[in-house]
Write a protein that binds this ligand. Sequence first.
Ligand SMILES: CC(C)(COP(=O)(O)OP(=O)(O)OC[C@H]1O[C@@H](n2cnc3c(N)ncnc32)[C@H](O)[C@@H]1OP(=O)(O)O)[C@@H](O)C(=O)NCCC(=O)NCCS
Length: 420
Amino acid sequence: MKAIRSMVKKIPLKDLEAFIDIIANAYPGFGIVSPDDKKKMKQRMVKLSLDPTINHYGVYRDRTLIGGMRTYDFMMNLFSVRTLVGGVGLVAVDLLRKKERACKEMISFFINLYRKKGSVLVALYPFRPDFYRKMGFGYGTKLNLYKVWPGDLPRGGSKKHVRFLNEKDRDALRRCAYRFFLSHHGMLEMKRHELDYFFKSSEAKTVVYKEGKKILGYLLFVIKRVDDANFLRNNIVIRELVYENEVVLSELLTFLHTQLDQIHQILYPTQEEFFHFLPRDPRDGSDNIIPLIGHQVNTQGIGIMYRVIDAKGMFRLLRDHKFGNHNYRLNIVLHDSFTGRGEESLVVEFKDGLPRLVARVAGDVRIHLDIADFSSLMVGSVDYRSLHKYGLSQISDRGFIEIVTDTFRAVEKPICHNTF
Ligand SMILES: CC(C)(COP(=O)(O)OP(=O)(O)OC[C@H]1O[C@@H](n2cnc3c(N)ncnc32)[C@H](O)[C@@H]1OP(=O)(O)O)[C@@H](O)C(=O)NCCC(=O)NCCS
């Protein structure tokens, strides 16, 4: 019997329609049905491909395209180090070719591609968290959905700097987004098409906080009907809220507060954990009581996931980052069943928290963990104590649990405003 030839390569223009057919079936929610829908999708994909940091790859079996994905070169703020991180989205496999390990082949290719580019980390938004955790991706910071009546948000003294975004603000908006990126661990630098969205979207509106020529914050939102029965009942769904200081936030919240006569609720998806401290009534309108007695203030989900693809490289990259302030040698043993690399062992010496890889020396303590959980630990979206408690990591000396926890404790968990 002849062996099937399988390979992953960039999808040439001539195969884009075949990829769109696969996407249309894989993501029925996209509503790509008519020839016109497909034409529009093609135009969007061709336009995106003009950005050299965005590519479409396909898996070919016997020269037939059976699945594809979109990759992104992102610049990420990783503990204040600006670094290249690979992103993948739009993973889709032909319905007739599912469970033939096409996705596995693409993700392996994606990981190798970004290793070759010198990245230490990759990221994705999963269609199912367990599917990608098995492939070594660890959970990022949880996403919270808050629902607040506008009148419960604080009405500050002013909203005089708040105005609608206009075409001339493009550069000021880009600069504001860039400053926010530079000051927040986990953020990805905004891409051109993302900036375009603010100006071209027919449904989304943006108000900005502007002082002189400078934009110091913005609120991107969509107004959506609560239900079909009443066209006068609407919600504001926040797509992005950025503020550089508390005065800016106060004015943007005042803007939201003053929508109270027409807006039923503000829906705010955010990785901010403490947002419920802000509204007068923190409850989300569900009246749900979580047993025994907990008033529901938000629902939560797992969004972005990360995978360390070069553990040693990550410590080298973060050589000036303070991992706590302890002095000891930590032996990390990583299990990675997906890449076929098996176990990897490294010893990191921390001097006042600053890491340095050392060879041929034993650690003062050894920890074992899976690459997925290690990835969450490295970016600061989980603490070591919890991983140990849940049996997800073993430690050679329990006396070090708190020290290892301090080592990987992030002051701010990673946040990400980009979807891909
Ligand atoms: C989700 C989707 C991409 C999966 O594609 P698929 O080609 O059917 O998936 P695969 O056959 O590659 O399944 C993954 C394989 O990797 C294997 N695998 C995962 N982690 C592994 C590990 N650590 N070690 C070894 N094998 C591993 C799995 O076991 C599975 O193989 P098996 O079925 O033989 O057990 C596809 O169903 C699809 O297009 N869905 C709709 C669109 C969508 O939701 N896309 C995702 C958006 S992010």
